[in-house]
Write a protein that binds this ligand. Structure first.
Ligand code: AMP
Ligand code: ZN
Length: 117
């Protein structure tokens, strides 16, 4: 069910603390941790603690929680002292989504090309 921890979900396990992560920030509803395969000097993932399969499902089922995630991307960027940065929600296999628990990538610390690949 939307929102409930999923036994087979990597990011639910990071929320539960059963898989380690380098946590950058945590709030009552969100966790931010460093991506294990960073694509930029700063590459942090911000996730809701509750399980939603992607950003669209999160926004539809829990818009206030989606807003919490967005606010936290800003807090991460401030904490990392990023003037320019990119927030990415890969949504669907064709867009490169590989983990089916909604997450925002916060990327910065280098120039970022547009359009992305
Ligand atoms: P996406 O491809 O948008 O679904 O993003 C999933 C991201 O999770 C990728 O950038 C992975 O490098 C990252 N990732 C996978 N496993 C871990 C992990 N155990 N800790 C931190 N980041 C991870
Ligand atoms: Zn999950």
């Amino acid at each position: 069910m939307a929102g409930e921890a999923q036994d087979d979900c990597l990011f639910c396990k990071i929320v539960a603390g059963t898989i380690p992560a380098t946590i950058v920030r945590e709030t009552e509803t969100t966790v931010a941790f460093r991506d294990i395969n960073p694509q930029a000097p700063t590459h942090v993932l911000v996730i809701p603690k509750a399980h939603h399969k992607d950003a669209a499902a999160l926004a539809a089922a829990a818009p206030e929680l989606a807003a919490d995630v967005l606010r936290e991307t800003q807090a991460v960027a401030d904490g990392e002292k990023l003037d320019s940065y990119r927030i990415v929600f890969n949504t669907g296999t064709g867009a490169g989504q590989t983990v089916w628990h909604a997450h925002a990538h916060v990327l910065g610390g280098r120039g970022l090309d547009w359009p992305p690949g």
